[in-house]
Design a protein around this ligand. Structure first.
Ligand code: PMP
Length: 419
């Protein structure tokens, strides 16, 4: 392959990551395929870390974007009123909120998922007048100091020193190896003046932990958590940055648990085109911001509003994508179950919808399998505290044939590292 250009290796900071695991230079991409400068095509089961649920350069969104730019539509608009923003909000209301009977105010907190988490944490503290946040083992919420404080990954936290936000981690569902835990321990810690925990402002949770290793919370666990929060007057924040926009099937990943979080963070695939965009959603009574109290130069990425509106109209006006995501997710899960049977005790699968993880008993083998898969034309990344999980996030719009091709490459790589 063409390798990584030397200026990237000499001039870009050592903090660079993905170009080490995938040492080539990418140039163009379409659908589930990404092409390097030597013309080599890879199936992309990474999809921009979950930002490309409708594939690379989705033709319907591309046309809308080209039309918008051709007519000199506003690109940068801070939070001024624009036609693109108005049309996005109307579509979000009619296609997403109303059919789900959800009443959320919409904040544009800045361009990234982390910006949305920061706004959520700030709002929870402002609304309750309390400071403490409950987070979970293996959580990932972003890399700024606030979001990092509620992230449970010691490697990611190592450089930052003392967390900025007072956060107390609790065990995530199944943390104790599949033993059904109720929330008695949780309530005891909250009630115990010896726990050092002040009454928390909020709990922040992912319904499936993506970066944490595809850890799946049961719907009943999420429902019990929501009930606990409501009873104790603690705000519930669901971080849907990676699992939202249909990754697990429904548009919001919490729909499966029948809960209505107080605050929801959305980013990654919300623009549908890999353009930076984020939303912080909250119940109307929480809209206590003063004008301009949370701002940011890139709050109004209007091209992203344009592609987002078209993506919502195209893929969420009916439930076809949701059903197809569940079906294709089952297909991946069955493929992983077959591997688990064949290599008993060495690998097993877990996931929900089209986020599926293949867990390696020997952690280092997951990265080895990804390396071999890359050599055979598949991009897949590892996740989990020891990078022991190969995490698949293919575009939701991938064809069955492409899905089968990618799964065959991964199965072959798995066989190679295990034999
Ligand atoms: N929350 C979750 C659940 C995420 O998966 C991520 C990104 N992996 C973030 C927040 C941070 O988003 P961003 O990288 O866009 O800041």
């Amino acid at each position: 392959g063409p390798g990584v250009p030397s200026i990237i290796e000499t001039r870009e900071s050592e903090v660079r990551g993905y170009c080490r695991g995938w040492p080539t230079t990418f140039d163009t991409a379409q659908g589930a395929w990404i092409t390097d400068t030597s013309g080599r095509k890879f199936l992309d089961f990474f999809a921009g870390a979950g930002s490309l649920n409708y594939g690379h350069n989705n033709p319907i969104l591309k046309e809308a974007l080209i039309d918008y730019i051709a007519r000199d539509g506003i690109t940068h608009g801070l939070d001024m009123a624009t036609v693109a923003k108005k049309e996005f909000l109307e579509t979000f209301e009619n296609v997403i909120l109303k059919p789900r009977k959800l009443d959320y105010k919409v904040q544009f907190p800045g361009p990234t998922g982390t910006n949305s988490v920061e706004a959520a944490l700030k709002l929870a503290r402002k609304a309750t007048g309390r400071e403490a946040i409950i987070n979970f083992t293996n959580a990932f919420h972003g890399m700024t100091l606030g979001a990092l404080s509620v992230t449970g990954n010691s490697m990611k936290r190592a450089g930052a020193g003392i967390p900025l936000v007072h956060a107390t981690p609790m065990p995530y569902d199944n943390y104790f190896g599949g033993v059904t835990e109720d929330f008695q321990w949780f309530e005891r810690v909250l009630d115990d003046s010896g726990s050092g925990l002040n009454r928390p402002a909020a709990v922040i949770v992912e319904t499936v932990q993506g970066e944490g290793g595809v850890n799946v919370a049961r719907p009943e666990w999420l429902a019990a958590l929501a009930e606990l929060c409501a009873r104790r007057d603690i705000l519930l924040i669901v971080d849907d940055v990676q699992m939202g926009c249909g990754r697990t099937g429904p548009f919001f990943s919490f729909e499966i648990a029948g809960i209505t979080p107080d605050i929801v963070t959305v980013s990654k695939s919300i623009s549908g085109y890999g353009l930076p965009m984020a939303l912080t959603l909250f119940k109307p009574e929480l809209d206590i911001w003063a004008p301009g109290e949370h701002n940011g130069t890139f709050r109004g990425n209007n091209p992203a509003f344009v592609t987002s509106k078209v993506a919502l109209d195209t893929y969420w006006s009916n439930n076809a994508l949701e059903l197809d995501t569940i079906r294709k997710g089952q297909k991946i899960a069955e493929n992983f179950d077959d591997l688990a049977k064949k290599y008993e005790g060495e690998v097993h699968g877990r996931g929900r919808g089209m986020v599926q993880g293949l867990v390696f008993d020997k952690p280092e083998l997951a990265s080895k399998a990804c390396e071999i898969a890359f050599g055979n034309g598949l991009l897949a990344e590892t996740s989990g505290p020891s990078d022991e999980v190969v995490k698949l996030l293919p575009p939701l719009t991938i064809t069955d044939d492409e899905l089968d091709q990618g799964l065959a490459i991964l199965a072959d790589a798995t066989e190679q590292v295990l034999s």
